[in-house]
Write a protein that binds this ligand. Structure first.
Ligand code: PPS
Length: 342
């Protein structure tokens, strides 16, 4: 394997700027203590971790290939579930491998280069794999990006980046799957993720978290731009738009439609095997085994929290619910994405 040559690069059409100190201060006052620094794109105001600033153009130029399968999601929308399902559809003959390697070793998580950038010189198993795959690679050019670039494929790749921050040729190049989840449950799931994270990302209370979500100040926000950019392109032949709630209601039917989109020739028995492989119980069990001795998935003990629809009702007051409903009305007006809330 060798690293790809740098071809002529596209100009990244946005700038990336630091969050103004008063906004940072406001986040800290609300309880966002783990990641006190963020950057955001200008003008589209996507909030990202600082390491993104040096890699924005590289992400924008990341080359997709016709045999790639790309999963895009806003965080907490069922990324891990669908990653496992996509991997299983593509690897039905070797499902046992999922017990050996966690999901990020089987599916390339492109965002790792700014979410958990590898320190240069780190002596970790991931760095050893990087050195072997990209002997001339430079850590500062993105380990995950170069590892993915060096893989001969077919690849499964995932990202939480907005569609418009990725290569403009993406949809015309390969199959893209988008999974959306209703914003109320995304918000609750995101809250638990940040509260339980070993990096103590958020130490405040749910109402402050929800306000920050609605204010588009959370990492990867704004939520609506993320979903809207893909929803408006949902008729594209290379795009398959899915909902978390539909998977909950009819996992067999959704996986059957997914397999058809992927042109995977699966029998009913195969589809059922995929469904079983990525069931909540199986995934939770697998993660519990794999996290022993090296910490939980994404630093979140109990990452597989509930995996339900409607968890919002247990944490939000009537007042907060009303404000959320108004926010949804304002933002969904005109695009009418048919979210399911219970
Ligand atoms: S992340 O951190 O952005 O990658 O999180 P993401 O994987 O997108 O979303 C995590 C939520 O998905 C739930 N989940 C599942 N639900 C049902 N079935 C399966 N198999 C499954 N796998 C993951 C997970 O429990 C998180 O939701 P909550 O509501 O927090 O439990």
């Amino acid at each position: 394997m060798s690293c790809p040559q740098k071809l002529s690069r596209r100009f990244f059409p946005l700038t990336v700027e630091k969050l103004p100190p008063d906004e940072e201060k406001r986040l800290q006052e609300k309880g966002f203590l783990g990641y006190t620094k963020l950057v955001r794109t200008n003008p589209s105001l996507v909030h990202i971790r600082p390491a993104y600033a040096d890699l924005a153009e590289t992400y924008y130029n990341f080359e997709f290939r016709p045999d790639d399968t790309v999963l895009l999601t806003f965080p907490k929308s069922g990324t891990t579930w669908l990653s496992e399902a996509l991997w299983a559809v593509r690897n039905l003959g070797q499902l046992g491998q999922a017990d050996e390697a966690d999901i990020d070793e089987r599916v390339f998580f492109l965002d790792n280069d700014f979410l958990q950038p590898t320190p240069a010189g780190a002596d970790t198993p991931a760095m050893k794999r990087f050195a072997a795959a990209c002997p001339e690679g430079r850590v500062e050019d993105g380990v995950a990006l170069q590892m993915a670039g060096a893989h001969k494929g077919p690849r499964i790749l995932k990202s939480h980046l907005q569609l418009e921050l990725l290569n403009p040729d993406l949809l015309n190049t390969c199959k893209v799957v988008y999974m959306a989840r209703n914003p109320k449950d995304v918000c609750v799931s995101y809250f638990h993720h940040c509260r339980k994270n070993t990096k103590k990302i958020f130490q405040g209370e749910f109402p402050d978290f929800a306000e920050t979500f609605m204010d588009n100040k959370l990492l990867f926000a704004p939520y609506w731009d993320h979903v809207r950019q893909v929803w408006l392109r949902r008729g594209h032949e290379n795009l398959h738009f899915m909902f978390f709630e539909h998977m909950k209601r009819d996992v067999f039917g959704e996986l059957r439609r997914l397999a058809t989109f992927l042109e995977a020739d699966l029998s009913d028995e195969d589809v059922q095997r995929v469904a079983d492989h990525c069931s909540f119980g199986r995934m939770k069990e697998r993660e519990a085994r794999q996290s022993q001795g090296r910490g939980p998935l994404y630093g979140v003990p109990g990452f597989f929290h509930k995996g339900e629809v409607g968890g919002w009702k247990d944490v939000a007051s009537q007042d907060l619910n009303d404000r959320f409903d108004n926010w949804i009305l304002d933002n969904n007006c005109g695009i009418d994405i048919p979210f399911v809330y219970e």
